[in-house]
Structures are given as structure tokens and as C-alpha cells.
Write a protein that binds this ligand. Structure first.
Ligand SMILES: [Zn+2]
Length: 272
């Protein structure tokens, strides 16, 4: 049995501020180690419940945060970008389930470091009128490959937003949000203990877990952070301008929608 663990950083215990999640800041070096330790806890939990193989997907920023020399050597790590499946890369490799570690709530929410894909560019993403978080987007992308989400960790707002999407998953709360940049966190050691147990329990219950399915073709609505970003994205000829900061497009699958969104995210670098 092969298990995929996708690891982001904003939901990791002890992380609250943008300086902790961006390379080039001294605090980032410590935060990426905390992220790697939570990944190791998840890897251990998967092996505790009989995984024969574990793939770890580095799912934050430029996708090269996890410290390969500190990672549990039993796992293999997926790093670097661009890549088609982004935070869900590895779902195409015959895995039995996906665990989401260090995830966060969506843009516009009250969670710690809440955003969706790109905080500079995207204010809100909807699929068929429903607001989507990164967990929803990439859980649905894994779902297209028949892969269920078995476990997820992050702050309380993240859990509240996403529990209904993955009713069979085990959720682990690492922090309680009191604002975008403040909260109450478990110690890293306690968070790792809880993540190891949560992954073990989630993988143990995989027989009852269903992949998240979003019916395709689907309609995507994208709210941008500025009108200039909407001007830029609407250079794409199939995008419709719905308002100064709102555009829409149709997509034949979740994978196509996610890839188009990640293209917009990459284009937005031009306006930074
Ligand atoms: Zn991130």
C-alpha cells in the first residue's frame, strides 16, 4: 500500500506570520524544519498502519521547503515546480489515499495565514458557485484519480471549513486561530504526536473513505485582488470578464481548472 502525504506550511504548529513562510527570512529556516518534522510524524503514522511506501509532496510556495536530509529516509519526496498536479502530485502514482498536513483555511476566511493558492492574486475561487479552499481544490483533483483524503491537519478554521468535504477523514487541530497572524498553538512535539496518531487512524479507516468528486465540466469563478490582475488574466481568450475584479471560465475537469488557476498564479508575477 502506497500513501501520499501533501505538506503545506501555514497550518504547522508554531507558524503565524508571512516571514515564517517565505524564503529569505531567518524565521523561515526554523519554520521549514517544523514543517519537515510534521511530515516525519505523518510518515511514521502511515508506516505504523502498514504502508509499504510513502510519497511526500512538498506543497508550499516554490515546492522546495522540506529538508531532504532531515526527512524520514523510508519516504520519497516530490519537490519543485511547475508540475501539473501541484499540491496533489503523486495522486497519479497509484496511491491508496492522501493525507494533508499543515493546511490552512481559504482566502477571505478568519484562519491563520488564510489564502487560496496565491494571496497576491486570488481573493476567492468558486467551483459551480461554491467557494473552494486549497484542500477542496486538491482533494477534488486527487478524487479525479480515485484517491480519497484520509487525514488533514491545520487550525480550527481550516477544519471547520473542510470537515464536510471529507466526512471519513481524521482531522487534527494544531492551532486555534485568533486572527490572520495570531493564535494558540500546540507545541511542535505535541502536534507531531497528534499527527502521527491521526495519520495512523485515517489510513486504518481507508476502506470506508470515498474520493471527493466534483461533477465536470465545471464553471470556475475567480475573484482577483485588483482590477489589473483581472485585465491580465482575461488575456486568456476563453476567460469572460464578469466584473472589474471577477472573471469566469469553463473547465472540462478539476485538473484542467486547477492547471488554469496555476497558470494565472504564475502570470500574476508580472504585476508584483
Ligand atoms: Zn503554503
Amino acid at each position: 500500500m502506497k500513501i501520499l502525504i501533501s505538506v503545506d506550511i501555514e497550518g504547522v504548529a508554531g507558524v503565524y506570520h508571512a516571514q515564517q513562510v517565505r524564503a529569505g527570512n531567518p524565521e523561515y529556516e526554523r519554520a521549514r524544519r517544523l514543517m519537515t518534522e510534521e511530515a516525519n510524524a505523518a510518515i511514521a503514522g502511515a508506516f505504523d498502519t502498514g504502508a509499504g511506501e510513502v510519497l511526500v509532496n512538498d506543497s508550499h510556495g516554490d515546492f522546495r521547503n522540506l529538508l531532504p536530509d532531515v526527512l524520514d529516509p523510508r519516504a520519497q519526496v516530490i519537490q519543485g515546480k511547475p508540475r501539473y498536479l501541484s499540491m496533489a502530485a503523486g495522486a497519479e502514482l497509484g496511491v491508496a489515499g492522501m493525507c494533508m498536513v499543515g493546511y490552512h483555511s481559504r482566502a477571505g476566511g478568519r484562519g491563520i495565514l488564510a489564502h487560496t493558492i496565491n494571496s497576491f492574486a486570488f481573493a476567492r475561487i468558486e467551483f459551480n458557485g461554491e467557494p473552494m479552499s486549497e484542500a477542496g481544490l486538491y482533494g477534488a483533483l486527487a478524487g479525479e484519480y480515485g484517491v480519497p483524503v484520509l487525514m488533514a491537519s491545520g487550525d480550527d478554521v481550516f477544519i471547520e471549513e473542510n470537515r464536510a468535504l471529507f466526512p471519513q477523514a481524521v482531522f487534527v487541530q494544531t492551532k486555534q486561530a485568533t486572527g490572520q497572524n495570531s493564535g494558540v498553538s500546540l507545541s511542535p512535539a505535541k502536534a507531531c504526536e497528534a499527527i502521527r496518531k491521526g495519520v495512523a487512524a485515517g489510513v486504518g479507516q481507508r476502506a470506508g473513505a470515498k474520493p471527493l468528486r466534483i461533477e465536470a465540466p465545471l464553471q470556475v469563478t475567480l475573484h482577483t485582488q485588483t482590477p489589473a490582475l483581472a485585465d491580465l488574466f482575461c488575456q486568456w481568450p476563453t476567460f469572460q470578464r464578469l466584473d472589474a475584479m471577477v472573471l469566469g471560465f469553463g473547465a472540462p475537469s478539476v485538473e484542467a481548472a486547477v492547471r488554469m488557476l496555476n497558470c494565472c498564479s504564475a502570470m500574476s508575477a508580472m504585476l508584483r
